[in-house]
Design a protein around this ligand. Structure first.
Ligand code: KIV
Ligand code: ZN
Length: 385
């Protein structure tokens, strides 16, 4: 099994979600929970961006001892200095510096030639490597960068001292096969690639961030970046809970694992939703309210006979303890009877037949049948005698 490092950027890229603004103590609470969850790296913020970010990154670097803490810096010395001041007391200070490499960004945003971008990248990596034991370098918009140029700049920053090379699909543009091919290409065309870890960083603009992250792992990435609940710029980042649970559930396929405590996922997800105010869609994979809910009679009957008929992830695995049977108009007799038994209501076969007819009539008018509804039905049935 290959070990995949999990790089959590909930507090940096995640906080860049429109409308999200976490305060100091909320960020500390999230960092502590991420440490409990067992991520390998916490990107705590962007120290040069504001005094508030500097203070929270500094505090997180000081208190988090069981994972590496990093901060983002543009390729400019003042950013790298601010990051060092914020991170130097950390258990394993690590810098994450970047520059855009795609033709669109070079031409319109940076107004720099290919050679100039390489020079800036190399200069910033050399400068960072003088102090930071671990230097991560990212090619912003790598997904839309010419492959031969990407290989050239990656070789140059490795020579300059980078330890981790991150390949962001910054605008969530690539399909999985194309994204995976970038990793294969770099492994074949960058002479010093064996000296570094390759990292995947995917955005979800076309809904492909999780698939792309997994494609990168298949193509040799040893680190995956993302956020809890997939929050982040625009449509968000890769949802880490989806990536790690996919790796776990299909370990036979990926032959890779992480050190995450999966049963902390639900708690982490709820905390982040509560503090960011970003509601989790009910049908969201792994952490949505309905992710383990079975409503139709056929599914309920199957699950009651053998869970794995319709359940590929056990709710316990990710720390969810729920009654996964949702009783509604699609539910069958088997689930109805089981729930009555769980509620301690004993009914005869004849009563059950009558109750089930009434249950269906009522369920047709309601979204979900609650335990109170069942109680009322049974009470009425008993009193009618
Ligand atoms: O999406 C992106 O390119 C980024 C970089 C700053 C790593 O978040
Ligand atoms: Zn990003």
């Amino acid at each position: 099994m290959r070990k995949i490092n999990i790089f959590d950027t909930t507090l940096r890229d995640g906080e860049q979600s429109a409308g999200v603004n976490l305060n100091f103590s909320e960020k500390i609470e999230i960092a502590r929970q991420l440490e409990r969850l067992g991520v390998d790296i916490i990107e705590a913020g962007f120290p040069a961006s504001s005094k508030g970010d500097f203070a929270s990154v500094q505090e997180i670097a000081r208190i988090v001892r069981n994972c590496s803490v990093t901060g983002l810096a543009r390729s400019i010395q003042s950013d790298l200095d601010a990051a060092w001041d914020a991170l130097k007391d950390g258990a394993e200070p690590r810098i994450h510096t970047f520059i855009a490499t795609s033709p669109i960004h070079r031409q319109y945003k940076l107004k720099k030639s290919k050679e100039e971008v390489i020079e800036i990248a190399v200069g910033s990596v050399k400068y960072a490597a003088q102090r930071f034991p671990i230097v991560q370098w990212s090619a912003e918009d790598a997904g839309r960068t010419e492959l031969d140029y990407l290989a050239e700049i990656v070789e140059a920053v490795i020579q300059a001292g980078a330890h981790v090379i991150n390949i962001p699909d910054t605008v969530g543009y690539l399909p999985p096969a194309e994204y995976g091919n970038i990793f294969r290409y770099l492994r074949e065309h960058v002479p010093s690639i064996h000296k570094v870890k390759l990292s995947a960083h995917c955005h979800d603009d076309l809904g492909m961030a999780t698939a792309n992250s997994l494609a990168a792992i298949e193509a040799g990435a040893e680190q995956v970046e993302g956020t809890i609940n997939g929050i982040g710029e625009r449509a968000g980042n890769a949802a880490l809970e989806e990536v790690v649970v996919a790796l776990h559930t299909r370990a036979d396929h990926y032959q890779a694992n992480t050190r995450l405590k999966l049963n902390e996922i639900s708690r982490t997800s709820s905390l982040i939703s509560k503090l960011t105010g970003m509601v989790i869609p009910a049908n969201k994979a792994v952490v949505g309210r309905n992710a383990f809910a079975h409503e139709s009679g056929i599914h309920q009957d199957g699950v009651l006979k053998e869970k794995t008929t319709y359940e590929i992830i056990s709710p316990d695995l990710v720390g969810v303890s729920i009654n996964s049977m949702v009783l509604g108009k699609h539910s069958g007799r088997h689930a109805f009877k089981t729930r009555l038994e769980e509620l301690g209501m004993s009914v005869t076969e004849e009563e059950l037949n009558r109750l089930f007819v009434q249950f269906k009539e009522l369920a047709d008018k309601k979204k979900e049948m609650t335990d109170d509804d069942l109680n009322a039905l049974v009470l009425e049935e008993k009193l009618s005698k």
